[in-house]
Design a protein around this ligand. Structure first.
Ligand code: COA
Length: 173
């Protein structure tokens, strides 16, 4: 950085806004744990439902957004959005000072590191902030949840009730 100008920006009177992006296919208790941590650090949090080009989603974007909305209805400082293009541009356009991501294990690190550095190139003033979910959730992933649900396993300890219902409906189709 070389000087404290970026830091100065963070310390002004504007609400400190962050973006928490993900595919959320579907949202899990691990994601909720992260939202809980992020809202204690930032005045406003935008949960941004995106698409990872390397993944084929079970739930369509509108279904993922609807589930996130249902699960986060009780969080007044959280808004939900989708972003069609680049995350860095979305965060910049929305006046965010940070992108929040979860780090569950060392295996997350390489991808996250690349993404953070690329996002820094695209939006130099926005910091990526990593938060660790409760250790109860380190083994959780949306893929595992879908696999367990697809084979009729009970996922109610790992995802909120609206997601349990949505998974049942999806796999009954
Ligand atoms: N608890 C439990 N699980 C968690 C978790 C937590 N706290 N945090 C992440 N995970 C899991 C997710 O369930 C998911 O599991 P899966 O791989 O089995 O689906 C995985 O970790 C990571 O998924 P998620 O956090 O939903 O994000 P993602 O890596 O799929 O999302 C985007 C990536 C959408 C943010 C990224 O692709 C993006 O920014 N796209 C927009 C285009 C862009 O800007 N590209 C340039 C990027 S530099």
């Amino acid at each position: 950085m070389g000087n404290l100008s970026g830091y100065g920006d963070m310390m002004n009177d504007r609400p400190r806004k962050a973006v928490y992006p993900g595919t959320f296919d579907p949202i899990t208790n691990g994601h909720l744990d992260l939202v809980d941590r992020a809202i204690s650090l930032f005045d406003e949090l935008i949960v941004a439902v995106g698409q990872n080009p390397g993944k084929t989603s079970l739930f369509a974007a509108e279904e993922r957004v609807k589930l996130v909305e249902e699960c986060l209805a009780d969080f007044p400082t959280v808004t939900i959005a989708t972003f069609p293009g680049l995350l860095a541009h979305f965060a910049d356009k929305n006046g965010a000072i940070a992108i929040v991501r979860g780090l569950r294990a060392v295996s997350d690190f390489e991808f996250e590191f690349q993404m953070a550095l690329m996002n820094r190139r695209l939006a130099p003033k926005i910091e990526t902030v990593y938060l660790m979910p409760n250790e109860r959730y380190t083994y959780l992933s949306s893929s595992l949840i879908k696999d367990v649900a697809r084979h009729g396993g009970d996922v109610s300890r790992f995802v909120p009730a609206p997601v349990v219902r949505a998974l049942k409906e999806k796999f009954a189709e």
